[in-house]
Design a protein around this ligand. Structure first.
Ligand SMILES: CC(=O)N[C@H]1[C@@H](OP(=O)(O)OP(=O)(O)OC[C@H]2O[C@@H](n3ccc(=O)[nH]c3=O)[C@H](O)[C@@H]2O)O[C@H](CO)[C@@H](O)[C@@H]1O
Ligand SMILES: C=C(OP(=O)(O)O)C(=O)O
Length: 437
């Protein structure tokens, strides 16, 4: 179990470049299974989840070449289907959430796809019904082995396009169904599709491989199935969750930071949501500049004077992955805010650790927490804590960097799942952070 030791109370300053987006990369990597031709992908982040998926693809027989620091080529021209029946696959597949998205392309191209119950953050129930209901609508037969928690879909005679209305705008579910539907005979429409930028990126990539997807960016996708796909080149967007994490980090440590090349047009409601906490965010070309908040930051009220409420919603709503960051930053704001995590059931329990550090938070129920900001009148106290999930881990890291004294965070593998070399990159702008195990 890895550990960070953080000496808090230091302001940072300088420039930081966001990595390629974890959640886009996981979708894009699965799409390489659709073609026997070479697919080249740029700006792949060097993080645990992505490296696990790359290794799974390699074990599945995909030929993988690293052609630059963050650039790879993939060729799926001779897959090893025996691997899908092996114990090694059960272990590899259950190591991350994103692995679920190999099922759609395998089902579409080869008529069968399997996956063990995927891993990922333990943040409450994370069912897969939307994925499999979609495959069934396309004509696949579904099997589930309860003992082994192993899912399978088969369509030996190929998939047939259909109209479907998804029960939830599931991100990985939509990606999975799209990658199957592009191979189906005839037309598929997917209503209530997730439409976040990474899904848009996936659809654009698929179109550049020969797919015929319309409605990209909306929640109604129209897909004409095609028989074959060509290779392509694709570049991963900057990671919006990492960008949001740096905005929060800058404000809470009163640091002046420039976040470079953020891809503003893909950030949606994220900058304005941080502005509701009173954080100044300047657009400088494609960079975000955060001035040092030496006078603190004040949470806005609603127009009628009622208390601010920040909650998650499917895109273009606010991503649930940044609510933990919003929550920790609010602990030093002037004013109060209600954080409402609607999607996940166990993602707010980490507030116990912040309360231990002296933060004023009332956990109303598993989905809602009220934060009463300190306005920097009192510092958080340093402590020893364990990172429960990827975003709570970074929220705790931000808390530790703003706290008085030296804190220890265990289980930093959770952070390394999604943040490339975070200690080294933060040290480069002045953080006192050591990886001690
Ligand atoms: C690898 C990956 O890309 N992971 C992301 C993906 O996970 P993932 O695709 O697994 O998440 P889903 O979009 O399927 O749903 C997440 C949760 O939200 C609930 N839900 C979802 C849609 C909806 O309209 N209503 C609703 O309540 C679901 O029941 C589920 O509990 O999307 C999540 C939601 O943005 C992010 O937190 C994850 O980081
Ligand atoms: C919840 C997340 O990831 P995953 O879906 O991979 O567990 C996340 O990135 O915040």
């Amino acid at each position: 179990m890895g550990t960070f030791q953080i000496e808090g109370g230091h302001s940072l300053s300088g420039e930081i470049q966001p990595q390629g987006a974890k959640n886009e990369t996981l979708q894009i990597l699965c799409a390489v299974l659709l073609t026997s031709e070479k697919v080249t992908i740029h700006n792949i982040p060097d993080i645990i989840d992505v490296n696990k998926l790359i290794s799974l693809l390699r074990n599945l027989g995909v030929k993988i070449e690293k052609i630059g620091r963050s650039n790879y080529s993939f060729q799926s021209d001779d897959l090893n289907f025996e691997y899908l029946e092996s114990e090694a696959f059960k272990k590899d597949g259950s190591g991350l959430r994103g692995s679920i998205m190999i099922v759609g392309p395998l089902l579409g191209r080869f008529g069968k796809g399997f996956i063990p119950k995927p891993g990922g953050d333990k943040i409450g129930r994370r069912r897969l019904d939307t994925h499999f209901e979609g495959f069934i609508k396309l004509g696949a037969e579904f099997r589930y082995n309860k003992e082994e928690r192993f899912y399978g879909v088969e369509a030996p005679n190929g998939l047939i396009g259909n109209d479907m209305l998804l029960e939830e705008a599931s991100v990985t579910g939509t990606a999975n169904i799209v990658m199957a539907a592009v191979c189906a005979r005839g037309t598929t429409t997917i209503y209530n599709a997730a439409c976040e930028p990474y899904l848009q990126q996936l659809c654009k990539m698929l179109n550049s491989m020969g797919a015929k997807i319309q409605g990209i960016g909306s929640n109604l996708l129209h897909i004409e199935g095609v028989d074959t796909f060509t290779g392509c080149e694709h570049r991963i967007l900057p990671d919006m969750i990492e960008i949001g994490s740096y905005i929060g980090l800058a404000a809470m440590t009163k640091s002046e930071i420039t976040i470079k090349n953020v891809g503003w047009e893909h950030l949606g409601i994220i900058p304005n949501t941080f502005r509701k906490l009173g954080i100044t965010i300047e657009k400088r070309g494609d960079d975000i500049h955060i001035p040092a908040h030496t006078e603190g930051y004040e949470i806005q009220n609603f127009i009628d004077g009622s208390i601010m409420n920040i909650s998650d919603a499917p895109w273009p709503g606010f991503t649930p992955d940044l609510l933990s960051i919003i929550l920790v930053v609010a602990t030093q704001a002037r004013g109060s805010v209600l954080i409402h995590q609607k999607m996940f059931e166990s993602r707010l329990f980490f507030v116990d650790k912040l309360i231990d550090m002296g933060a004023k938070i009332i956990l109303c129920d598993p989905h809602r927490a009220t934060v009463i900001g300190h306005d920097f009148q009192s510092n958080l106290r340093s402590t020893t804590m364990t990172s429960p999930d990827i975003r709570a881990g970074v929220a705790l890291l931000i808390a530790a960097m703003s706290a008085k004294g030296t804190s220890t965070i265990h289980n930093i593998e959770q952070i390394d799942r999604g943040y490339e070399n975070i200690d080294e990159r933060l040290r480069a702008i002045g953080a006192k952070i050591k990886r001690i195990a």
